[in-house]
Every structure is written in structure tokens, then in C-alpha cells.
Design a protein around this ligand. Sequence first.
Ligand code: NAD
Length: 243
Amino acid sequence: MTERKIALITGGSRGIGLACALELAKAGCDIIINDICDAEKAQPALDEIKACGVNSSFYQFDVSNDEQVQAAVDAMIKEHGKIDILLNNAGITKDGLFLRMDMEQWERVIKINLTSAYCVTHAVIKHMSKARQGSIINMSSIVGRHGNAGQANYSASKAGLIGFTQTLAKEFGSRNIRVNAVCPGFIQTAMTAELPNIDEYLKAIPMKRLGTPEDIAKVVKFLALDTEYVTGQAIEVAGGLMI
Ligand code: NAD
């Protein structure tokens, strides 16, 4: 029997993160989910993942708190011995037109969406380096490529993740660690539930529908498990939006 791969998914208790966890679980990976929410809130996600017949555990921590991240990753390595796949997925929005955007709004989004990738990846990649294998996927966004009015903070954080992805792909390719980004368009989750003018967005999407978390999860699974020679890429999964 081949040893199971272990995947760590940040912000994995719901939305896109949970869909990715389930897709990887169905492919036979053991899953560690992280979230900032408490264990009780994450329990339904854990139950759903375990129903796929794999092991799953939950670690509560704030992805942007370096000390919490380090302690949690140490504990994961003690528990599982390794991490093969890292999905940096946790993210937030704090939208507003730039002239009205204050420093708190700017710094919070950069910290949770971008600095977090430094914290979690820094803690995990040294173990992947030792194992001389790994796949890291950063959840960017189509707005990190093309911008979006009202999202200067968010689009800067997501563009930052693409540069981060390309640089780590160059630094770690020789150690058989691949680093890619996924750039979702408009996906039906809690994050987009409040979007005004949804019909306007639909007009701009050639496929005439919002994406589902599962649409993203299929691409994450491809990058994590199905390819061994794709690295440094930022793949748009957006139903043709922006082409
Ligand atoms: P979501 O709000 O449903 O899920 C985000 C998860 O991250 C939540 O469970 C939340 O509790 C967790 N989280 C937030 N801050 C955290 C922190 N400090 N530490 C740990 N966990 C934290 O959102 P989603 O739509 O599933 O988005 C997932 C990712 O996909 C995000 O990075 C988002 O920016 C990105 N994305 C989403 C869309 C979309 O249309 N929904 C489009 C492009 C990119």
C-alpha cells in the first residue's frame, strides 16, 4: 500500500477551502484543515472529509500570526510526520474605493491574504525541502491579475501572491517542490454572497454563470496531484471572465 499524502488547507472549514479539502480527500489524501473559527464550527467540515474514508484533523490558528503558525506546524509534523501539499487559501475582503480606504483596511487585508502566505509557507517548506518533494498552491484571484475598482487592498494582496508563487517556484524547483497559484473569478461562496449587481457580472462572464467551489477544487487537485511538471503558473478559473 502506498503511503497517503497529507494536505494542509488554510481557511478550510467552508467555501473554496472545504471544496478543495473534499476533492483531495476523494483522491485519497489525509487532510489537515486550519481555520480561525473554533473547533465546533469546523466540525461539520471535518465530518464531511472523514466520510470520504480518510483521516482529518483541525488546527485553529490565525494564518497571519507567525508564532501561532509555527507552533501549529510543529504540532502537525509531530502528528503526521510530513506535509506534502499546502493550499494557502484563507483570505478576507475589506472593500472600499481607494480615497476612502484607511490604513487599517489596507494593512488587515495585506496581512491576512499575503503575509499569511509567508508565515505558513516558511514554516512548512523546510519540511518539504528535507523530503525533497511538495506542492504549494496559493489562492490568488482574477483581480490580482486585472484589478477591480473598490479592491485596491485585495487586488494588491492577490497580485503579491502571484509574485510570491513565481519566486518560490524558481527557488525550490530543484528540490522538486512545485509552487502554483489559482486565480478564481466570481465563485459562489459567503465571500460573494453580498455582491451587488450580480447580473452585471454575469454579462461579463462568457460562460454565463458564477463558478462553484468545486470548479476551483478540480484545478487545485490537478496542480496538487495530477501533474509533476507544472510550476510557477497562475491559472485563471473564471468562466472566461477578462479574456
Ligand atoms: P470564505 O470566506 O467562505 O472562506 C475563507 C475562510 O478563511 C473562512 O473559513 C475564514 O474563517 C478563513 N479565515 C479568514 N481569516 C483567517 C485567518 N486569519 N486565519 C485562518 N483562517 C482564516 O471565502 P472563499 O470564497 O471560500 O475564499 C477562499 C479563498 O479564495 C480566499 O483567499 C479568497 O480571497 C479566494 N477567492 C475567492 C473568490 C470568490 O469569488 N469567492 C474569488 C477569488 C479568490
